[in-house]
Design a protein around this ligand. Sequence first.
Ligand SMILES: *Cc1c(COP(=O)(O)O)cnc(C)c1O
Ligand SMILES: [Zn+2]
Length: 415
Amino acid sequence: MAQYTGYKCSICNKEYLPASVLYACPNCNGNLDVVIDYEYLSHKYQPEDITSRTDFSLWRYLPLLPISDPGGERTPLHHVGWTPLYSPPTLQKSLGLQHFWLKDEGKNPTASFKDRASAVVVSRAREIGAEIIVTASTGNAGAALAGMAAAVSQKAIIFAPKTAPQAKVAQLLVYGAKVILVNGNYDAAFDLTIEAAREFNWYCRNTGYNPFTLEGKKTAAFEIWEQICLELEEHTKPLCIFVSVGDGNIISGLHKGFKELFALGWLKQMPRIFGVQSEKSAAIANAYFANTETIVPVSATTIADSISVDLPRDGVRAVRASRDTGGAYLTVEDDDIIRGISELGACGIFCEPAGSTAYVGLKKAISTGMIFEDDPVVVVNTGNGLKDVRAAMMAVEAPPIIEPDLKSLKSFLHL
Ligand SMILES: *Cc1c(COP(=O)(O)O)cnc(C)c1O
Ligand SMILES: [Zn+2]
């Protein structure tokens, strides 16, 4: 467990002691950063102390995390993270990049990036003795919390919009969480969750509200550092990371993870972070383009449900993640997001619309001259395609139905 000295507000910079707050800044309602004592850590550890560990999950980074081991060694809770990195040659060729990777977060136990946050929040809940954890979710955060909580017999309650894709709702139910569908969108579920947590003294996992979600999400940066950055030659250009953005917590988590590695002196060159949003849910990109930290809510309608957000809850840190690293934001069309699903599928990678979004953003960055062939690039696929089968079916043609005999087959094949 890492030395954790308190919290610092990302907006008003006010600092708090560890035991004094649970969620957002009491002064301005801004997101809090968990403050970790790098000075101490840099004396205590060398990179090899991490890279030589034999735990191939996010728990290999326990020395850099402000929580203790939650137990559950032989459960899915201990198999979150250390997701595979692919370099499909066909994709590399079609994109025209010399160095290209795709990190597949769909391989997490509940099939999305959200497992990282939920694993760490479940651990935190055990530390503070919380009996019930609650979250609002478009589906994946809830499925992740439900799954991770079930692994260690923790009670979970999930509020989701009634329009959440069926596969995600099925996951919530199968993991045994108490599921309440809200007659409204994600934003409505979010506000209700906070109110309910206050009223009933539940521990709230909400993204962009509970500071510990970021601590889980930053572990993806640690993995990219181990899996890519340590391998890159000194003289190569900085790594460019493409990730889709809804609330802005994943991109902020990646940013924090890399900042910490840099502060430790273990990372030579900060990666450039590119956030990708659907043009139909682009509140953070809008702020980035307007060169402001003021996030104006939109009325989100994108097919990519995981990034369909009216008012992003981690927008300011998300703008900074790109702005401060020499990255950028891009917006993409829903039609292209759907098309991207089948393009990645043709390489053996099945992603949900939000995963395709990051890939389509990269294509746009290449075609508009933001990314060059010698830029090393990693795209993060944030969720598995089985999460949203309806969207997947929009990306493909329905197969033919024929009579089960050779004659019909021949006539169908025009032979
Ligand atoms: C939650 C989620 C995102 C976006 O993460 P934010 O922290 O909301 O920006 C992207 N893709 C998938 C699959 C997700 O579940
Ligand atoms: Zn504040």
